[in-house]
Design a protein around this ligand. Structure first.
Ligand SMILES: [Zn+2]
Length: 384
């Protein structure tokens, strides 16, 4: 790991010096000298060190281009990464055979749990890169995504601060209101935000400690939110799979928090973007089609007559034409309409006029309870 880090860092220096980022160019530039300096190192590992250096350099260059503050990158963390040609993993016993240099291999016995077994035993999955860290080994798993099924219905979801709200449209009409709630995500965010602020004040005499403690708080927050996002994504995807639905989401790129107040409370967009990312990759894994549509006017437009309102205040959307609906549901109907007007939706049509409150069926799913936490409960559920 020490040698690997050394190789990455000198490749970075070389790359910065000669303005090169591609792995190929770095290899050409540095391979010979490295071979001389580290005669023992397994050649494949050296090439993968250049690859790591290349991707770090690319990030560095992106920051420079955007005018963000940056220093010449330096890798402090001990690790090594290798591609699947350069190691062997016994899928039955979980033993890694990692060549270090000619005639020297190390043997790593991994602890294989039932969770790991599920992936190791699945022969349709192949092994990708292996990352070795001082305390663990990360093995990437590859899968050819299955072909997505032909949708028979659409679930369109409007992404809000505390929930995904939407409708299920089937055979030209809206069949149900769907809701997946994550009310505690914004609470978790503000709790950790306050804690970090307090830490910073308390440790203002020792910035190093403050930084370390804040980073730890950040990791905790990250884990807690991540856990909830995965739960929400799984609920939504199982629902979509059951109804053979295509999922419609709003395209969140470029969207900023709506008001100064929201900014001040630091309720950022990232949990929602993260949720979309999780939904998208899990959907690809399971063969569930997902499309993203432009959310412009989705919260202000009437889906029946097409009029666009000026404000978006209030919990209910009311239009002069007689249409009224929950504001979030209204937005999801607009997303659905946008999707249906695009070819991507596979010709599925529906009529918003056919949506009446008496066709809404709301089935709670109390069976889904999030792992209890000492400081409060969570009440995430999908109401269908
Ligand atoms: Zn209207």
């Amino acid at each position: 790991m020490e040698d690997f880090r050394l190789a990455v860092n000198s490749a970075i220096r070389l790359g910065v010096h000669s303005n090169v980022t591609s792995r190929f160019a770095l290899t050409k530039l540095a391979y010979k000298d490295f071979r001389m300096e580290h005669p023992g190192m397994f050649a494949q590992h050296l090439v993968s060190a250049f690859e790591v250096a290349g991707s770090i350099l690319k990030n560095h260059r992106r920051r420079l281009r955007k005018g963000l503050p940056t220093q010449v990158p330096f890798v402090r963390r001990l690790f090594m990464k290798t591609e699947n040609q350069a190691y062997k993993l016994g899928r039955e016993n979980g033993v890694v055979d990692l060549p270090i240099r000619a005639g020297l291999h190390i043997r790593l016995e991994l602890v294989v749990s039932g969770y790991h077994r599920r992936y190791l035993d699945d022969k349709s999955l192949s092994l990708g890169s292996l990352t070795l860290l001082p305390d663990r080994v990360v093995v990437a798993i590859r899968k050819h995504p299955p072909k997505a099924y032909a949708p028979e219905s659409i679930v369109s979801l409007d992404t809000n601060e505390c929930s995904l709200d939407g409708v299920l449209a089937k055979e030209d009409r809206i069949a149900a209101v769907v809701r997946a709630e994550f009310p505690d995500v914004s609470i978790i965010q503000s709790v950790h935000h306050d804690r970090r602020k307090r830490l910073q004040k308390k440790k203002s005499h020792d910035r190093r400690t403050a930084r370390r403690l804040c980073a730890r708080e950040g990791m905790r927050e990250h884990h807690r939110i991540d856990y909830r996002m995965h739960e929400v994504a799984n609920t939504v995807l199982s629902f979509a799979e059951e109804h053979k639905s295509m999922i419609v989401l709003e395209d969140l790129t470029g969207i900023r928090p709506r008001s100064e107040k929201v900014l001040n409370r630091r309720i950022s967009m990232w949990p929602r973007r993260k949720l979309h990312q999780i939904i998208e990759y899990k959907a690809a894994w399971r063969g569930i089609p997902v499309i993203k549509v432009d959310p412009r006017y989705s919260s202000r437009k009437c889906p029946v007559c097409g009029r666009i309102q000026d404000s978006r205040k209030g919990a209910e959307f009311v239009c002069g034409c007689g249409w009224r609906a929950d504001r979030h549901i209204n937005a999801s109907i607009n997303l659905l309409q946008t999707a249906a007007s695009e070819k991507a939706a596979g010709g599925l049509r529906f009529d918003p006029g056919a949506f009446q409150h008496d066709v809404v069926m709301v089935l709670c799913n109390p069976g889904r309870v999030v792992r209890p936490e000492p400081n409060g409960t969570s009440n995430m559920r999908a109401a269908v």
